[in-house]
Design a binder for this molecule. Structure first.
Ligand SMILES: Nc1ncnc2c1ncn2[C@@H]1O[C@H](COP(=O)(O)OP(=O)(O)OP(=O)(O)O)[C@@H](O)[C@H]1O
Ligand SMILES: [Mg+2]
Length: 247
């Protein structure tokens, strides 16, 4: 099995799951780690992202797995880091319960992107509460972090802060509302790779904060190999292997 399994999840649609998953995948790939990105959403956004990724960038292997219960943990051992991008409705649709369980079983740490509107916060709180009552999670509680996404000004609302402090879930990073995320998504990149872009560079600190939290909460095995500081320069060549097969 890979050493680090990051589940990016929130039942709320459009909160930034694929954005966070693809950006984390590229950040770890640029740090010289072997990265598998598992697209567990039938909408296949991460697969489309990978299809547009240039072969000149660090490789991120994409597996399209709309049925995550079919992912065999043993097959993830080719990677140092596995990132799971999940579908909206996880935990809320009765049909998605087995997907939810399967993804929780695979996960080592869980990142929950959240927008800042009252509805988003309410849905995010509900999702985290559901997550923490899942049998699989209770049997082995995995570290959970919230990241605030599309932040415009000073947002982390009191309601969210109160909930997080009661549930012991940290809010570890805030990503700005910025067109750089759509640009990165459309061109198969991560913002950490867009070093020439000023708007992208403004986001580096937040991504490093998230990665530091992941490093602190990853198992000791991988911790020594994860980047805590600025990421290594991209390798010059690389292949993106897009696969229809599940991992
Ligand atoms: N920080 C940001 N600033 C501006 N746009 C953003 C930001 N984060 C995400 N977006 C945009 O918001 C839209 C939704 O993001 P994304 O697809 O990552 O959400 P999602 O949670 O994966 O959605 P779904 O639930 O449909 O899978 C995309 O168009 C994306 O480019
Ligand atoms: Mg998505």
């Amino acid at each position: 099995m890979a050493d680090l399994h990051i589940l990016v999840a929130n039942s709320k649609g459009g909160c930034g799951k694929t954005t966070v998953a693809t950006n984390l995948a590229t950040a770890y790939a640029n740090a010289g780690l072997r990265v598998g990105l598992y697209d567990c959403d039938p909408q296949a956004s991460a697969r489309h992202w990978a299809e547009t990724r240039s072969e000149d960038l660090c490789p991120v292997d994409l597996y399209f797995c709309p049925a995550p219960q079919k992912i065999e943990p043993a097959k993830t051992q080719d990677y140092d880091v596995c990132v799971y991008d999940s579908a909206p409705g996880l935990a809320t649709k009765p049909t998605s319960q087995s997907d939810f369980e399967a993804l929780l079983k695979l996960s080592g740490v869980i990142v929950v992107p959240m927008l800042s509107s009252a509805w988003d916060i309410q849905a995010g709180e509900h999702f985290i509460a559901q997550l923490m009552t899942q049998r699989v999670w209770r049997a082995r509680p995995r570290p959970i972090a919230v990241v605030s996404n599309r932040v415009n000004g000073n947002v982390t609302s009191q309601q969210l802060q109160h909930f997080l402090s009661c549930s012991n879930v940290p809010a570890v990073a805030e990503f700005r509302e910025s067109p750089i995320y759509a640009d990165a998504g459309d061109s198969g990149q991560g913002v950490m790779e867009m070093k020439q872009n000023r708007a992208a560079r403004k986001e580096f600190k937040a991504w490093r904060l998230l990665m530091s939290w992941i490093t602190e909460n990853a198992n000791s095995h991988i911790r020594t190999r994860l980047p805590a500081a600025p990421l290594a320069a991209p390798r010059v060549t690389g292949i993106v292997r897009n696969s229809e097969k599940q991992g």
